[in-house]
Design a protein around this ligand. Sequence first.
Ligand code: ZN
Length: 275
Amino acid sequence: MARPAVSIAPAYGMAPAALLRRGSGDGAAPFRLVKRVGETLTRWMPAKLMWSRLKAPVVSFTFDDFPKSAWTVAGPILAQHGARATYYTAGSRCGRVADGVRQYDRDDLAAVAGAGHEIGCHGFSHVDPSTLSDAELDADAQRNLAFLRETLGDVSLSSFAYPNGEVTPRTKLHYAGAFPTSRGIHPGVNAGMIDLAQLRTVSLSNCEREPGSLQRWVEQARERNGWIIFVTHDVTERPEYWGCTPKMLDAALTESRRAGLAILPVRSALARACS
Ligand SMILES: [Zn+2]
């Protein structure tokens, strides 16, 4: 059984400035090899198993980081479908251009939350969690919560997504205890026995590159009473590698509705899977 949604408040002191200076985990070849083996192991290392009680299929739409277009372009499309999503927000991305992509600002963040979308945690610094100690991971999450509360007030966070999908056995166990759910990037539909510490996802950018795959994923969720978690980043006519076009987002929403999937933010989908 999943834990109830919890707050990781009260926020305490800011994380060390060094957090923001750390890289994304690039290092010597032996280190990269060990890390890669660890990431592979996490697929087969359940940390928070739960038998899904879904009696009908559900789908969540999630945006990571998040780029400004995930709100200014995707927001109206979601509204047309009456859908609410989950925005996994990294505080350090606010007001910046990251990897050539304009990111959200505080007004966007307030508007997203005001429209009823879920705000999730993506860490503050958006660094590879394996480069941080457990204490630093806690400090980074607390810093993100403190940042979000400056704009959103007494918000609590129950959904986490691994920055860049990077996860190791240690960090997986750590976040299993810190948040009700953690979302990875391994592809799949969550059905039957699901691992809340590394929920599977379906990339909308991959759906765009592989014609017909969107319909296959949705059909699989429908047949298994499963939970699809779509993930994307920017939503533009010429998206970055991990983004998608407005047409793709609209198609995924339309296909989900057509197949009878309930569209819910991650937190709400979890509640349904537990009940
Ligand atoms: Zn990210």
